[in-house]
Write a protein that binds this ligand. Structure first.
Ligand code: NAP
Length: 324
């Protein structure tokens, strides 16, 4: 423990998955002295070794059940598709009165996939920090990632309020602001603020990738004209984003339908030379941008890439900045 608190919030925090989010959480927990011990779990030996070398965890395990055993907080930090198997494997080793949480970018699917494996004596509180970058792996993490970002918790009805408060204190301890909401509401909001923007970025960049060679080279050369930010978002992890779209299907399809209607309206305005329609719409969106800035959610801050801090990218999640 580096924070030096004599009474940390947790005795043993287990992070299953020690990539961008897991390793950032591990670093932040250690920096702020929020746990006596941080234990990590990953499938590959090189991931586990990197987490040890970087000081993200005190010990590492390949077996999630071994990692989870004896922990008073277990946080799933892998892509969503890994959850059902991990939940099944750790189910029998979860400590009485411990908290089981996660950082996944979709919440109803987590309740569906993990909920059935949670023993009655464990507090299950799904969570999602609205913070991230397009990078992956333990090296990509940093302790400041969650500062001034939202951490959303979606405890199922009837969850013990003391456990929710304890987990909230952890997120506040790493610098985040906590909001409690219903999982369905979370998924609808995130479909709009994060999932749709990523889908658009992936689409624009793949449209460019399909251009003829000459044109494609020009796109890369002059990418600063707006395209560059889309390429950054579209560089986000393919497995993580595949899982997000497959697990938030209904909410994403709903916002996509609305988006299609709106883009068709703009297409029509361009075709018919309806300048006032375009101008009116763009004024309206400018106001929304002002609201984002006033809410201090305008830029991601990766201390190793300060030039990125004020990038006016479309709303980001790798989920946001561009984070998930
Ligand atoms: P990441 O950098 O790719 O890290 C994933 C980690 O999980 C790696 O350490 C990986 O190591 C490990 N892992 C994968 N499958 C595993 C399994 N079955 N058992 C144990 N370990 C496993 O991913 P990330 O960006 O941190 O994202 C993790 C979660 O956070 C996702 O659910 C995502 O939705 C959510 N999230 C992401 C962001 C973002 O911007 N990135 C933001 C908010 C929330 P091995 O390959 O060695 O196993």
């Amino acid at each position: 423990m580096t924070g030096g608190h004599s009474n940390p919030l947790f005795e043993r925090v287990c992070l299953i998955g020690i990539g961008l989010i897991g390793s950032s959480l591990g670093r932040a927990i250690k920096r702020h002295g929020l746990a006596r011990k941080v234990v990590g779990c990953a499938r590959r030996a090189e991931t586990r070794q990197a987490a040890l070398d970087l000081g993200v965890c005190d010990t590492v395990h390949a077996d999630p059940a071994e990692a989870a055993a004896g922990s008073d907080l277990v946080v799933l930090c892998t892509p969503l598709s890994g959850y059902p198997e991990i939940a099944e494997r750790i189910s029998g080793s979860l400590r009485r009165e411990s908290i089981l949480s996660d950082v996944g970018s979709v919440k109803q699917a987590v309740i569906r996939d993990v909920g059935p494996f949670v023993p009655d004596h464990v507090h299950f509180i799904p969570g999602h920090p609205i913070a991230g970058t397009e990078k992956s792996g333990p090296e990509a993490g940093f302790a400041e990632l969650f500062e001034d970002r939202w951490a959303i918790l979606t405890p199922p009805p009837g969850t013990d309020s003391h456990a929710v408060e304890r987990l909230s204190a952890l997120w506040r301890g790493v610098g985040a602001m906590v909001e409690i909401m219903d999982a369905r509401h979370h998924d609808r909001v995130l479909a709009m603020t994060s999932h749709l923007p990523h889908l658009i970025a992936y689409t624009i960049v793949s449209t460019a990738a399909d251009l003829e060679t000459g044109e494609r080279q020009e796109v890369v050369k002059f990418s600063a004209g707006g395209f560059r930010d889309f390429t950054r978002i579209a560089a986000s992890d393919p497995v993580m984003w595949r899982d997000i779209f497959l697990n938030n299907r209904d909410a994403v399809l709903e916002v996509l339908q609305r988006f299609n209607e709106d883009i068709t309206a703009l297409q029509r305005a361009i075709r018919w030379g309806e300048g006032e329609v375009l101008e009116d719409r763009f004024r309206h969106t400018r106001e929304l941008r002002r609201g984002v800035i006033e809410a201090h959610q305008a830029g991601s801050f990766d201390p190793r890439e300060p030039e990125k801090a004020q990038t006016a990218a479309p709303v980001q999640d790798k989920t946001d900045p561009p984070e998930s």
